[in-house]
Design a binder for this molecule. Structure first.
Ligand code: SF4
Length: 398
C-alpha cells in the first residue's frame, strides 16, 4: 500500500525557509561577496568559503551552530544575515515499489503566494535517481504531460533546485552521520542518490542560468560531488541552448522526442513548431563531448495508435543514424482527462525489437510510483492537484 505522510506541521529542528537570503545555491564568488558584506575580513574569505562549502554540501548541516570549526562569533554573524533552512516539506509519499515523492513548498519570491513543486526518488538495483524540477508549472503544453496543463507560476532559483537534492538526502539519510529511515527501499550499496535527472516539472533550458548554477554546485568535487556523467538534463528541444548545456554544464543530455514526423510532434511537443525535428537532431549531432561513452538519450512515450507503429520505429532508427544514442521507451502514464492511452505491451515490445535490432539500447522504462502519481509526465503541484474524486477514479482504474 502506498503511504502518504503529511509532515508539514510536524515539529522540526529546521525552521521552514524564509525570505532571509540563503547561503545554499551561491557559487564561490557569490559566497565571497556575501561573506564580505557580512563583515568577514578579506584575508579569511578563502578559508571560510572552504569551511562553509564542506558544512553545507558534504555534511549537509542546516544550522550554523553545527559548524564546530567556525568561531561562535562568526556563526552568530552569519545566522543574523543568512539562512540555511530547508524548505517546508508538505508531504512525503512512499510507493509500494519504494519510489518516494515529496511536495516541497518555497516562499513566493514574486509569485504572490508560496509555490510548490514535486521531487521524486526512484531506487533501483545499484543506483538511486532523483528527478528534480526546474520550474513551478511549465510554459510548454506537451499534450501527454500533466505538468503541461499547469501554467508557469515562476522559475525556481538555483537555491530551490539544489534544495530538492538536499531535502531528499536529508529524508533518505544520505549525508554522513545520518541514519537511513527504517523501511526505506534504497540501493544496497553506494550513494543513495547516485544520479540526478532534470526531468521533473518544467523545461530546464527555459531556466538555464539557475539550472546551470545548481548543477555546477551539485557536481563540485568538494561538495555534493555528483559526477556530471550521472546528471542528465532533459529538454523538449530548446535548440539554441543545447550547445551551451554541453559547453557550460557538461552533463548528459536527454531529448523528449516522442514523434518522428513534424506534424505529429507539433501536436505532442508543440515547441517543435519553433524548432523542428531536423533542427533538433542537428543540435544533437553537434552536442559537445558526444561519443559512444556519452550518448544522448531519446525519450519516446508509447501512445496507443498515435506514435507506436512499427513504421515509426523504423523511421526513428533512420532519423537517429549517426548519433550515439539510447532510446528510452516510456509506457504512457495516464492522468485524469489525458487524451491518450498507453500502447499495448506487445506493441511496446515489438517497437523495442525494431530499435534493438538496429543496435540501439532501448530499455522499456518500467513505470515507477504510479500509485503515488510520481511516474513520468504525472507531476503537478499542490496548487492544482487532482481533486479527490479524480484521484479515486484513477486509482480504481490502475
Ligand atoms: S514534458 Fe516537460 S516541457 Fe513538456 S509540458 Fe511537460 S514539463 Fe513542460
Amino acid at each position: 500500500m502506498a503511504v502518504t505522510l503529511d509532515i508539514a506541521h510536524r515539529s522540526s529542528p529546521v525552521e521552514p525557509a524564509s525570505e532571509t537570503p540563503s547561503l545554499i545555491g551561491l557559487d564561490r564568488d557569490d559566497l565571497a561577496a556575501a561573506l564580505l558584506s557580512a563583515g568577514v575580513p578579506e584575508r579569511q574569505i578563502r578559508m571560510r568559503i572552504a569551511q562553509l562549502w564542506h558544512w553545507l554540501y558534504v555534511r549537509g548541516v542546516s544550522d550554523f551552530d553545527a559548524m564546530t570549526n567556525v568561531s561562535k562569533d562568526l556563526r552568530k554573524l552569519l545566522a543574523e544575515g543568512f539562512s540555511l533552512a530547508r524548505p517546508e516539506i508538505v508531504s512525503e509519499q512512499i510507493s509500494v515499489d519504494g519510489t518516494r515523492k515529496w511536495l516541497i513548498r518555497f516562499p513566493p519570491r514574486g509569485a504572490g503566494r508560496p509555490v510548490e513543486v514535486e521531487t521524486v526518488y526512484i531506487p533501483e538495483e545499484g543506483r538511486g535517481t532523483l528527478c528534480v524540477s526546474s520550474q513551478v508549472g511549465c510554459t510548454l503544453t506537451c499534450t501527454f504531460c500533466h505538468t503541461g496543463t499547469q501554467t508557469l507560476v515562476r522559475n525556481l532559483t538555483a537555491e530551490e533546485i539544489l534544495a530538492q537534492i538536499m531535502v531528499a538526502r536529508d529524508r533518505l539519510g544520505d549525508f554522513p552521520d545520518a541514519e537511513t529511515p527504517q523501511g526505506a527501499i534504497v540501493p544496497s550499496e553506494g550513494r543513495l542518490i547516485s544520479n540526478v535527472v532534470m526531468m521533473g516539472m518544467g523545461e530546464p533550458l527555459y531556466n538555464f542560468d539557475a539550472v546551470k548554477k545548481a548543477l555546477l554546485i551539485a557536481s563540485d568535487g568538494e561538495g555534493l560531488s555528483l559526477s556530471r556523467r550521472r546528471i542528465t538534463l532533459s529538454t523538449s528541444g530548446v535548440v539554441p541552448m543545447i550547445g551551451r548545456t554541453g559547453d557550460e554544464i557538461g552533463c548528459m543530455l536527454a531529448i523528449s522526442l516522442h514523434a518522428v514526423r513534424d506534424d505529429l510532434r507539433d501536436e505532442l511537443v508543440p515547441i517543435n513548431k519553433k524548432w523542428n525535428i531536423e533542427a533538433l537532431l542537428d543540435a544533437c549531432r553537434a552536442y559537445p563531448g558526444l561519443s559512444n561513452a556519452k550518448r544522448i538519450t531519446f525519450e519516446y512515450v508509447m501512445l496507443k495508435d498515435v506514435n507506436d507503429s512499427l513504421a515509426e520505429a523504423k523511421e526513428l532508427v533512420r532519423l537517429l543514424k549517426g548519433i550515439p544514442a539510447k532510446i528510452n521507451l516510456i509506457p504512457f502514464n495516464p492522468w485524469p482527462g489525458s487524451p491518450y492511452e498507453c500502447s499495448d505491451w506487445e506493441r511496446i515490445e515489438e517497437f523495442a525489437d525494431v530499435v534493438n535490432r538496429a543496435g540501439y539500447a532501448s530499455p522499456i522504462r518500467t513505470p515507477r510510483g504510479r500509485d503515488i502519481f510520481a511516474a513520468c509526465g504525472q507531476l503537478k503541484s499542490e496548487t492544482e492537484r487532482l481533486r479527490k474524486r479524480e484521484r479515486e477514479a484513477l486509482e480504481a482504474g490502475a
